[in-house]
Design a protein around this ligand. Structure first.
Ligand SMILES: [Cu+2]
Length: 175
């Protein structure tokens, strides 16, 4: 009985350790994600750039079928691609990177000159009017499931169908 009493605590400790080890084994992989419906993209275009210009903007209207977020953008035409927001700060138009752009279900979100835009920075070559630029949008749904959409945006000097004078070109000295 004395021996039994000596061993018991050791056995208990081993059992506890084993229990801990078991708890640390990886959780089973999550169930396969259901297919995510595509985000509607309308009126997309990229502003043409001139030689020496470092950056330009891409614009479009996004309507998500369910609550989603635009989490990342990518284009082979630019070294860096970010979603930006442009806002008047007093008399100065300022721009900042937006880490995530929320897309409420069924509600159109406009990326347009003077507001949100996809910023193509460190352009590898000038973007000529009439050409097209591949841009990939990465979305995340409410469950965190990622999906992506590859677009080919026409390069233009103003929004397709717009009749007004071209908007003031954006300055991107920060980049
Ligand atoms: Cu910008």
């Amino acid at each position: 009985m004395t021996l039994q009493r000596l061993i018991s605590p050791v056995f208990l400790a081993v059992a506890l350790l084993a229990g801990t080890a078991q708890a640390q084994t990886p959780a089973p992989a999550p169930a396969p994600a259901s297919a995510t419906a595509a985000v509607a993209v309308e009126g997309a275009w990229v502003r043409a750039s001139v030689p020496g210009q470092k950056a330009t903007g891409a614009f479009m209207r996004l309507t998500a079928p369910e609550t989603m977020r635009l989490v990342r953008t990518q284009s082979p035409a630019a070294a860096v691609t970010e979603v930006h927001e442009m806002k008047m700060d007093g008399d100065v138009m300022k721009m900042r990177a937006v880490p995530v752009l929320e897309l409420p279900a069924g509600k159109a979100v406009d990326l347009k000159p003077g507001g949100y835009h996809v910023m193509l920075m460190d352009l590898k070559a000038p973007l000529a009017k009439g050409s097209s630029v591949p841009v990939t949008l990465f979305f995340q749904d409410a469950k965190g499931v990622e999906s992506q959409q590859q677009l080919h945006l026409p390069v233009a000097t103003q929004a397709p169908g717009s009749t007004g004078a071209p908007a003031m070109p954006m300055q991107h000295n920060q980049h």
